[in-house]
Write a protein that binds this ligand. Structure first.
Ligand code: 5GP
Ligand code: ZN
Length: 139
């Protein structure tokens, strides 16, 4: 594996503005915020995909991100927040160490999700796909 920038932050080899850390997770300021206060929450252990993070750590990441979102609303002028996670470069993942973005939002920050939503051709197309997904779900 090439040197992982977020593992280097965990080890203290490169600096980051840390907000919270425990034995499982680290939260720090994103170097290029979408809005000021934009945070990243990562597992301390290296995982490129969230799919391999143990459940206890994955749950901790979500819990801490949610609490940090509340802290952002208290600390900033922020009306709410987005939690965002990209798995794979096709989904927009750039840093190959899984990370959950916590992005503070203002009603008038001018940032709009630009995802087109599609429609299923009919109910059986939707239900057939739902069956295939259920069959493939391994917990
Ligand atoms: P991705 O596009 O992979 O979901 O998000 C990667 C995020 O990591 C980006 O928002 C980017 O600004 C942030 N980032 C990349 N390198 C560094 C770094 O060295 N330090 C910090 N604090 N954030 C970084
Ligand atoms: Zn890493």
């Amino acid at each position: 594996m090439e040197k992982c920038i977020f593992c280097a932050i965990v080890k203290g080899e490169i600096p980051a503005t840390k907000i919270f850390e425990d034995d499982l997770v680290l939260a720090f300021m994103d170097i290029a915020p979408i809005n000021p206060g934009h945070l990243l929450v990562i597992p301390k252990e290296h995982h490129s995909s969230p799919s391999t993070i143990p459940e206890i750590c994955a749950g901790r990441i979500f819990f801490i991100a949610s609490r940090l979102g509340i802290a952002l609303k208290r600390a900033l002028p922020a009306d709410g927040f987005n939690l965002h996670l990209a798995d794979g470069s096709c989904a927009g993942q750039v840093v190959p160490h899984a990370h959950l973005h916590v992005i503070p939002r203002l009603a008038d920050d001018g940032f709009h999700w630009n995802w087109r939503q599609k429609r299923y051709e009919n109910d059986s197309a939707r239900d057939g796909l739902a069956d295939r997904i259920r069959e493939k779900l391994k917990l």
